[in-house]
Ligand binder design. Sequence first.
Ligand code: TPP
Ligand code: MG
Length: 354
Amino acid sequence: MDRESLISLYRQMLLIRVFEDRAAEMYAKAKIAGFLHLYNGQEAIAVGAVSALNPDDEIVVNYRDHGWALARGCSARAVMAELFGRATGTTGGRGGSMHLVDVSRHFWGGYAIVGGHLPLAVGLGVAAQYLGTGRVTLCSMGDGSTNIGTFHAAMNWAKLWNVPVIFVVENNQYAMGTAYEVHSAVPMLTKAAGYNMYAEEVDGMDVMAVREAVCRAAERARSGLGPSFLNMVTYRFRGHSMADPDVQRSKEEIAEWRKRDPITRFADEVLLKRELVTQADLDAIRKSVEEEVEDAIQFADQSPEPPLESLYDYIYMQPVSNMQIGGSLIRPPKLGGRVAPNGKHHVSAQTSYA
Ligand SMILES: Cc1ncc(C[n+]2csc(CCOP(=O)(O)OP(=O)(O)O)c2C)c(N)n1
Ligand SMILES: [Mg+2]
C-alpha cells in the first residue's frame, strides 16, 4: 500500500474512535435514545476488511455497526444524524444505532437479532453466484453469535453450495458479560472445521493483518473456492453497550488489552516507524477528525425529526384493517407510497381503509 492509503487507514480508525467517544457523550446528554453499542478497540477489523474489498462487494453486520458504516464511506453527518433519530440519517432516523444501512454502498446493515443476518449474507452470496456478478459478501458477527442455530444453518449452506461469502468473527471474547470460554463448547476454529471450511485465526488488533486475511479470503471466493471463516481476535474497550456497567471483566484485563490499541499500534509500528508521518502530521489528522465529528454533531442536532405523519412510511406489510387492540378499534391511516432515502425501495401501493 502507498503512503496515502496507509494514512487513510489510520484516519478512518481514528474517525471511528473519536466519533464514538463523542457519541457516548451525546448518549449521556440524552441526545441519543435506545441502545448504543460502541466499537472501541475493534476499529482495525472494519477498516482493514473494507479496505480489502471492492466497493460493490456486499457487507452485512450485527448491531455494533457504526465503524462499518463509517469505513464503508457513510458520512459522519449521516451516521450521527441516524443515532440522533433525525430525518437526515442513513435510515431516515427510523433505524437508529443498530440499523445503519446504505444500500447504494452495498452496506446492508446493521441487525439487532444475534445471528439473524447470517442467512441473509448467504442469500446475498447465492444471488451473486446466480447472477454471476463476481461480488463477494462479507458477513461480520460476534463470537456469541456462533452458538446460535442460524450460524450453523448459514455455515452449512455456504459450504454446501460453495457460496462466495467471508464469515468474519469479531471475537472480542465476550457475549455481553459472558466470556468466550464459558459460552462456547469448542474453540472457534473447530466450528469451521465442522463444516470443512477454510479458516484462519487473525490478529484483530492489527489492521494490516485483517486486510491481508480478507484479501486472501476474497480472492478465494472470487476464484470459485467458496466460503472462508476468519476468527479475528479482538477486544472491546468499553462495556457491551452504554447501558452495561461492565462489572464482569477485570480492570487488569481491560488495561492489558488497551496496550494493544489498534490505532496507536498502527501509528507507532507502521506510520512513525517507517517515517511515513511525523508526530505533527498525526496531530493534524486528529484535529481534522475532531472537526469532522463536531460538524456531524451540529448537523445532527440541527436536523429535523421525521414528521409524525410519516410514521407508517416504509412499512412493507399492509396493516390489517379494523384491528382490535385492548378493546379499541384501530384504524390504520392511509399509506403514502413514499420512496426510501436511498431512492431504491417503495412501500406497497397506496391502500385506503374504510
Ligand atoms: C437472538 C438474540 N438473543 C439474544 C439477544 C440479546 N443480545 C444482544 S447482544 C448479545 C451478545 C452477543 O455477543 P456477540 O455475538 O459476541 O457480539 P458482541 O456484542 O460481542 O459484538 C445478546 C445475547 C439478541 N439480540 N438476539
Ligand atoms: Mg463478542
